[in-house]
Design a protein around this ligand. Structure first.
Ligand code: MEV
Length: 442
């Protein structure tokens, strides 16, 4: 257990608090006394001052907001987390928290990660005769490493840098010969795109000089096959279920649903989309390149030649066990992690040691999200849980005030409807009712 092992992310009643009270609870959980960080999480000024936004991308005119919430109950490798999530879809944060509670037993979700190795590609559209690139690597490998590491002294000082290089031979679309050199770079706590791209650009002229062959592209691969996280979550089975247990019958339905997703790409894409609901939400809150992670996840799901489910659930020795293996290129340094105030504050709440620990947590959120969605789909169905949450949006769309929203939602749930027309009807009915004299008195 590390120095944060005593933190307890089981925060009963968190969802019923006001936004200000939730922030107090998060600050207490994380031991966060930094008033600036707490203010950033309240996201005034859209969470991002215009002067910073203006320099992040081009042709800027303003900022664009999405809701930021925190999922509770997460325990990964014995350490508790409340997890920042930016997402517009109702029920994702609640579902993550619910499944994280189921998965809290023992040390919680177990995560293991490989070293943070990224791939840089150097493309040879007209490769030299087979064997020459391999010979160049054998002769000049040490010079290649020295040149590339010299470019990134800080990365090398942190324990990263060039690791090795491999040659791949491919057939192009018309059967023509292509070759690629993969540079394997340990990028430590960075996502790694900048380091890898600059190393690939630096290495390209060396290979041209050594072989006489022309280089085409020099760019990282967004399939970081050697930068992987494995997560495993366990839920005990108890007749009737419980706070951190499932009914054996429910577990059997979850396994049945998992087997469906493993067999059928149409279902697998939807199940994986649910996993990415959780993962992307954390990535947005922490300023990550979520497009890169999405691209890698789906490519990995199809890596064996047919698209399949990323997560698998089985009952083993009377425990429901879920496993997922995923390539994850995340950074706790670089990018906007030291620029965006709300992102920096989210990292303070997470209190991570490094990008590997972060990757384990992100994968754990994906696994939890998959459990929550699969459980709901295999029992009452997804609409039931979504209804109250969608009803809130419809009530707001119809012009209900914050005070009116709970009553409109309650009326819609009682009607068993969640659509704009029902919301309008319930709001009109509420406004026709004479005011309750008891509420006037209080
Ligand atoms: C909806 O955003 C995500 C789900 O469709 C995931 C799933 O089907 O497993 C509920």
């Amino acid at each position: 257990m590390d120095d944060h092992g005593e933190r307890n992310s089981r925060l009963p009643g968190f969802s019923r608090l006001s936004a200000a009270e939730r922030l107090d609870a998060i600050a207490a959980f994380a031991g966060l006394e930094d008033a600036g960080a707490l203010e950033a999480l309240r996201c005034p000024d859209n969470g991002l001052p215009q002067v910073i936004a203006a320099n992040m991308s081009e042709n800027n005119v303003g900022r664009f907001s999405l809701p930021l919430g925190f999922a509770t109950n997460f325990r990964v490798n014995g350490r508790d987390y409340v997890v920042p999530m930016v997402i517009e879809e109702p029920s994702v944060v609640a579902a993550s928290s619910f499944a994280a509670r189921l998965l809290r037993g023992g040390d919680g979700i177990c995560a293991t990660a490989t070293e943070p190795i990224m791939i840089g590609q150097i493309h040879f559209p007209e490769p030299p005769p087979e064997g020459e690139l391999e010979a160049a690597l054998a002769t000049h490998g040490a010079e290649l490493k020295a040149t590339l590491d010299r470019l990134h002294p800080r990365l090398v000082a942190a324990g990263g840098g060039f690791r090795d290089a491999r040659v791949r031979h491919l057939a192009g679309p018309d059967g023509e010969r292509l070759a690629v050199i993969h540079l394997h770079i340990d990028v430590r706590d960075a996502m790694g795109a900048n380091a890898v791209n600059s190393m690939a650009e630096e290495a390209a002229p060396l290979f041209e000089a050594w072989t006489g062959a022309r280089v085409g592209l020099r760019i990282l691969s967004n399939l970081p096959l050697h930068r992987r996280v494995k997560v495993e979550g366990r839920v005990s089975l108890v007749a009737g279920g419980g706070e951190s247990a499932l009914d054996p019958e429910e577990a059997a339905r979850i396994v049945e649903a998992s087997r469906f997703a493993e067999a059928d790409p149409y279902r697998a894409v939807t199940a994986n989309k649910g996993i990415m609901n959780g993962i992307d939400a954390v990535l947005l809150a922490t300023g990550q390149d979520f497009r890169a992670v999405e691209a890698a996840a789906h490519a990995f799901a199809a890596y064996e030649g047919h698209y399949t489910a990323l997560a698998r659930w089985r009952v083993e020795a009377e425990v429901l066990v879920g496993r997922m293996d995923l390539p994850l290129a995340l950074g706790t340094v670089g990018g906007i992690t030291a620029v965006h105030p709300a992102v920096m504050a989210s990292f303070k709440v997470l209190g991570l040691r490094d990008a590997t620990q972060f990757a384990g947590l992100v994968a754990a959120v994906g696994l939890a999200q998959n459990l929550a969605a699969t459980r709901a789909l295999a029992s009452e169905g997804i609409q039931h849980g979504h209804m109250r949450l969608h009803a809130r949006n419809f009530a707001v769309q119809c012009g209900a005030t914050p005070e009116e929203v709970p009553e409109v939602v309650a009326a819609m749930v009682a009607l068993g409807r969640s659509d704009l027309e029902a919301a309008a009807g319930c709001l009109a009915e509420l406004r026709r009712r004479p005011p309750d004299p008891r509420s006037a008195a209080t």
